[in-house]
Design a protein around this ligand. Structure first.
Ligand SMILES: Cc1cc2nc3c(=O)[nH]c(=O)nc-3n(C[C@H](O)[C@H](O)[C@H](O)COP(=O)(O)OP(=O)(O)OC[C@H]3O[C@@H](n4cnc5c(N)ncnc54)[C@H](O)[C@@H]3O)c2cc1C
Length: 332
């Protein structure tokens, strides 16, 4: 196999796999034929989505593991999508017909690129499900899930000041717990309000996970690093929804980004021809349905262009779905 693909998808979450499947196959009535895609995944396919019980409505959920298993089975059955795990995209350059994506393991050529990275920067933490919780809810609900016993430390990592507010809310409800807040995207931390609520600006890394609890390394922006025992680690998901650094590797490419999220048109198109984006990197923290939907639309955009190039005519698609270059609604 050569390393040249019709489409290179960066990110193997629900949006990335949906985008790859649609880019090679078009609408789900068609079996994939003739087009080739590559999915580059920084860790493991579906790492983030697998972790969750994915609620569709308040009562109805699907397991993230099941969703990813089904999507992966479709990708394998297509016979035309290669998947490379532990292969993060480090650099993307080029334009339609001639993209290059560099990873630590090599260089891949693609006619088109889809950016489906999600927004979540801490996927290395996700396997530590015993001691790490990704926060979705307000302090009133999160406080109930905290396992800590009096005097135990709970670390909370977040992007900015809203994480301090969140930890303060938790502390009112659980005053027996010591909170250590690590803010990743601020230069100077606000003063720590008490011994039981310490605030550091810097980075946190998990050194090891025990049967109960973790040893974490704190790397402050100024001052020496230290190691601490923590009973639990909360990742303040909502604060990262406000800003993400997952797409920093795209700097200088001319892609419009806002707070790290990629700005696209309705079909996932960006200012760079042949480059689309989908999933939570476009629509911050909006869940798996949106990830699948935007992955499908971006995939269809790529499929339409590839089909036109290859066969000189329009593919069979749902004509009312958004695609760039189609100005009027066919039912109007
Ligand atoms: C505990 C939990 C509960 C959840 N509950 C719900 C729920 O109830 N309902 C709901 O709808 N959603 C829920 N979600 C959210 C849902 O999982 C996400 O909305 C969905 O996974 C987003 O899909 P995505 O493809 O956009 O991004 P992701 O699933 O984040 O996938 C992005 C992928 O890109 C990879 N990547 C990032 N950067 C690079 C790079 N440079 N090179 C290569 N690969 C890269 C990442 O490793 C990741 O695998 C939950 C999530 C969690 C963790």
């Amino acid at each position: 196999m050569t390393d040249r693909y019709d489409v290179i998808v960066i990110g193997g979450g629900p949006s990335g796999l949906m985008c790859a499947l649609t880019a090679v196959g078009g609408i789900p009535i068609n079996p994939p034929r003739g087009l080739r895609a590559l999915v580059l995944e920084r860790f493991r396919v579906g790492q983030f989505a697998r972790y969750g019980k994915l609620r569709i409505t308040h009562r109805w959920h699907i397991m993230g593991t099941q969703l990813m298993r089904d999507l992966e089975a479709e990708v394998r059955a297509s016979g035309c999508i290669d998947v490379r795990e532990e292969e993060p995209a480090l650099v993307v350059r080029g334009s339609r017909g001639a993209f290059e994506v560099e990873t630590p393991g090599g260089r891949f050529e693609g006619g088109n690129v889809a950016l489906c990275t999600g927004f979540f920067p801490h996927l290395d933490l996700v396997p530590m499900v015993r001691s790490v919780r990704v926060v979705f809810s307000p302090p009133e609900i999160e406080a109930r899930h905290l396992p800590a016993i009096p005097g135990d430390t709970v670390a909370v990592i977040g992007g900015g000041p809203e994480t301090v507010e969140f930890a303060q809310g938790l502390q009112k409800l659980r005053p027996e717990v010591v909170f250590l807040v690590v803010l990743e995207h601020v230069e100077t931390p606000p003063p720590s309000p008490s011994r039981n609520l310490r605030i550091v600006a810097g980075r946190l890394a998990v050194r090891e996970e025990h049967r109960v609890g973790l040893v974490v390394e704190i790397h402050p922006r100024s001052g020496p690093s230290s190691a601490e025992e923590c009973r639990f680690l909360l990742v303040d998901y909502n604060s990262y929804a406000l800003e993400t650094h997952v797409t920093d590797f795209l700097q200088g490419m001319g892609i419009e980004r806002r707070k790290g999220y990629i700005v696209t048109g309705p079909a996932g198109e960006t200012a760079i021809p042949g480059l689309v984006a989908a999933g939570n990197i476009v629509t911050p923290v909006s869940g798996v349905l949106t990830a699948l939907d935007t992955g499908f639309k971006a995939g269809l955009e790529l499929h339409t262009n590839l089909y036109r190039e290859r066969y000189g005519r329009e593919p069979l698609v749902f004509p009312w779905l958004p695609r760039s270059g189609i100005k009027s609604h066919p039912l109007a």
